[in-house]
Design a protein. Structure first.
Ligand code: SF4
Ligand code: SF4
Length: 314
């Protein structure tokens, strides 16, 4: 496994970062012990970095895994816009992880300099928390080229977590080349960068090898968060990220598992998920929500607001 320093921080991360979203309650919904065992398997194989977010509901898995690997690096994110709400969010994270600090804490889903400025009270709280040692590095996650460019120019930020994949799936305001240019600029500004959605939220699973080769050839990415739900996926990804050639049969087995957003028949058509989806992938038609699979980036954020629990990525 390759390890990299995350920009100008003192944090060293494995190139493969364990993305927890896909095994958690918004997607596969593994039990706590089963999920923790899966994370530990990856950590035993050299992964030292986990990515999560308050909204994913995955802190209990990470807490269990940290018992065996207390030094592992954890990144989390919060939508909190004010200082008070960010304080609550960070303390919830620390308590849920049973830890005195979290390595990286990000403003979740920032779009541009304007949304970042709108969250500046929360940033000011995080700066104080960083001084006190409650968090080691701060920054943003983003689906926007403009988000990466804005955060790159803000000296207070240490880390940027952008969406990037070979097909540009999910990049909200541009294409692959614009995002790569913005990432290069951010790296030049000393930011630690780890990518997300290298498989386009699942759309690129049929061409996993090509998608992975693309992302591994982006030198500015200190790490890449990849969602993993099974020991087979861990084996494939560890092998790929270690520069080895993954078992062909295993690669073929994973390639045949496309993922998509499923809405249960008992959808009430309330429209909350439609409002939540920033990709414009949902619409209520004849009293029930319909998914445009071309636009859906399988982030599961719509599932988190459904009062009927009828959305799942499967
Ligand atoms: S939030 Fe749930 S119940 Fe409401 S429209 Fe969406 S899927 Fe249907
Ligand atoms: S439909 Fe749901 S999973 Fe798909 S992009 Fe929108 S919020 Fe994300």
């Amino acid at each position: 496994m390759q390890y990299n320093k995350l920009g100008n921080t003192e944090i060293t991360v494995s190139r493969l970062c364990f993305g927890t979203l896909t095994m958690g309650p918004l997607q596969k919904g593994l039990g706590i012990q089963a999920g923790a065992k899966l994370i530990c398997l990856a950590l035993e194989k050299g992964v030292n970095f986990m990515d999560t977010a308050e909204i994913y509901g995955c802190y209990p898995y990470i807490k269990e895994a940290l018992r065996s690997f207390p030094e592992a690096v954890v990144a989390s994110k919060s939508y909190a816009p004010t200082g008070q709400e960010m304080e609550k969010s960070l303390h919830h994270c620390l308590k849920a992880l049973d830890r005195d600090y979290v390595d990286i804490f990000l403003l979740h889903e920032q779009e541009s300099v304007f949304t970042i400025r709108g969250h500046w009270e929360a940033v000011e709280y995080l700066l104080k928390a960083r001084e006190k040692g409650l968090v080691r590095a701060i920054g943003i996650s983003t689906h926007y080229v403009a988000g990466v460019r804005a955060a790159a120019s803000i000296p207070e930020f240490d880390v940027i977590h952008p969406i990037i994949n070979r097909a540009g799936i999910g990049i909200a305001d541009g294409g692959v080349d614009e995002m790569l240019d913005a990432i290069s600029f951010a790296a030049m500004m000393g930011k630690g960068i780890y990518g997300m959605k290298c498989l386009g939220g699942g759309h690129l699973i049929p061409e996993t090898d090509r998608a992975m080769d693309f992302i591994l050839a982006v030198p500015q990415l200190a790490a890449v968060a990849v969602g993993m739900q099974s020991p087979e996926e861990i084996e494939y990804n560890v092998s790929k990220f270690s520069g080895a050639c993954p078992d062909r049969e295993l690669a073929e087995q994973l390639r045949r598992k496309p993922r998509y957003l499923h809405v249960e028949d008992y959808c009430q058509g309330c429209g909350r998920c439609v409002e939540r989806c920033s990709a414009g992938a949902l619409a209520v038609v004849d009293g029930r929500v319909q998914v445009n699979r071309e636009l859906c980036r399988l982030c599961s954020y719509c599932a988190s607001v459904c009062p009927e629990f009828c959305i799942k990525v499967i």
